[in-house]
Design a protein around this ligand. Structure first.
Ligand code: HEM
Length: 412
């Protein structure tokens, strides 16, 4: 590979990026024989990077900020002002610890237990019918998210929350009416979350639930979060747990499409976790993550100055042939027996959890997916003829027909 960072021909790459989506960066890296290139997106100069080495550079503590690194439109649906993603340094570490402290082995097991109950209850209603899993799983995930955070789904209109939370992540990459509707639903969700924080703060003896931890969190400035900021962080837990439902759909897709690559004689937690990792590696979710340089640095003969905009290719790094032998092949065994997650497995970001923006929900995601793999492997179901393609330019996509399945009698 070349040790320089070439510039793409043409003035701006926005339309190519929207058209090619997940493959945009890696295709060009492949053609140029380079792990990066410079271009413009939305008329702004940007350097696109991919691969484990680029990820290590991108995630050096203190080097990048997320401020000014994502289009405002996406930000409004996914993060918003006052959220952990917009913080740096000590304020970020203190806030991030609030999230990481929730990820104890006991809490991860509890998430699996709740998912198990919600899944079984939903499956009873699916038996002998054809359902679109992409729809069916939404309520399962919303109820799981609410209960895991310490909220009773019946007392908080879980159906309305389900619509709001799924619209946020499903429409962040869209324009037009779908986007505007999602903004409206987000506003409604924020109003609800503020009321919840207000109620929880009235409790004399706060319990140990996630929502109470957020309500009573002491930030780097020694004060509790404002009601608005606490509401944003509550949504920062609920929304992405609902988004894990998309990965559950991908698990079902993979168990069907890659059935010959699943060792039939191994239905244990180790193998099911490996299947979950292989789904995270190969299935599309966030195509790239943006950052702006805070501390100038050099890499591969190129200089990156303060304020420069970088896009790290998450999807392409997960499939980089330099890190992954037979990178396009579904092979869960590749994840077994590893002490650490490889630097090239970054569907949820890379680097250190506390010193960087790596997703604090990663272990929870893997726990829930491992449970979903087990549930789906234990269940009798089949996949009627349908369009199973994943559109390349939806962020994130759903299989063409919503992953329709028929649950056979005798399912749990
Ligand atoms: C950050 C992906 C699930 C909460 C992120 C980032 C990515 C990501 C790519 C940005 C990393 C960066 O800026 O470097 C995903 C995917 C998920 C998922 C694909 C599965 C569908 C979750 C879950 C939670 C969560 C289950 C909460 C329980 C967050 C938060 C941040 C974040 C709060 C901001 C962290 C920070 O700025 O320090 N996630 N995530 N995510 N995620 Fe997730």
């Amino acid at each position: 590979r070349s040790s320089e960072i070439p510039t793409l021909p043409g003035f701006d790459s926005t339309t190519a990026f929207l058209r090619e989506g997940y493959r945009f960066v890696s295709r060009r890296c492949q053609a140029l024989g380079s792990d990066g290139f410079r271009t413009r997106i939305m008329l702004r100069p940007v350097t696109c990077l991919r691969g484990a080495e680029a990820a290590r550079e991108f995630y050096r503590p203190g080097r990048m900020t997320r401020r000014g690194a994502m289009p405002k439109q996406v930000l409004k649906l996914l993060q918003d002002k006052g959220s952990v993603q917009m913080l740096d340094d000590a304020p970020h570490r203190v806030r991030k610890a609030m999230f990481m402290d929730l990820m104890t082995p006991g809490n991860l097991d509890r998430a699996r237990q709740i998912f198990d109950e919600e899944w079984r209850a939903a499956v009873r209603g699916w038996t002998n019918r054809e359902i679109a899993l992409s729809k069916g799983v939404r309520d399962v995930m919303t109820r799981t998210a609410m209960r895991w955070c310490g909220l009773d789904p019946a007392a908080h209109d879980s159906a309305a929350r389900s619509a709001e939370l799924s619209a946020m992540y499903a429409s962040a990459g869209k324009l037009g009416p779908a986007y505007l509707r999602a903004r409206l639903l987000r506003a409604r969700s924020e109003r609800w979350a503020r009321r919840v924080i207000g109620q929880v703060r009235k409790a004399e003896m706060p319990d140990d639930s996630a929502v109470a931890r957020i309500a009573f969190h002491v930030d780097a400035d020694g004060a509790h979060l404002t009601e608005a900021a606490a509401a944003v962080e509550l949504l920062n837990l609920l929304r992405p747990i609902v988004a894990v439902g998309r990965y559950v759909v991908f698990v079902a897709h993979a168990l069907h499409v890659h059935r010959d690559s699943i060792p039939a004689d191994r239905n244990d937690d180790a193998m099911n976790a490996a299947i979950a990792h292989e789904v995270r590696r190969l299935y599309p979710f966030f195509p790239v993550i943006g950052g702006r340089v805070r501390e100038p640095f050099e890499w591969r003969g190129a200089r990156f100055d303060r304020g420069d905009w970088l896009l790290l290719d998450l999807y392409g790094t997960n499939r980089d042939p330099a890190s992954w032998p037979m990178s396009e092949t579904f092979r869960p065994e590749r994840h077994e027996g590893l002490d650490e997650q490889p630097d090239a497995l970054i569907p949820q970001g890379g680097g250190d959890y506390l010193k960087n923006h790596r997703c604090p929900g990663e272990w929870l995601t893997v726990a829930l997916m491992t449970e979903a793999v087990g549930q789906l492997r234990d269940m009798q179901w089949h996949v009627p003829q349908q369009n199973l393609d994943l559109p390349a330019n939806e962020f994130p996509p759903i299989p063409g027909d919503g992953m329709r399945i028929v649950v056979n009698p005798g399912a749990p």
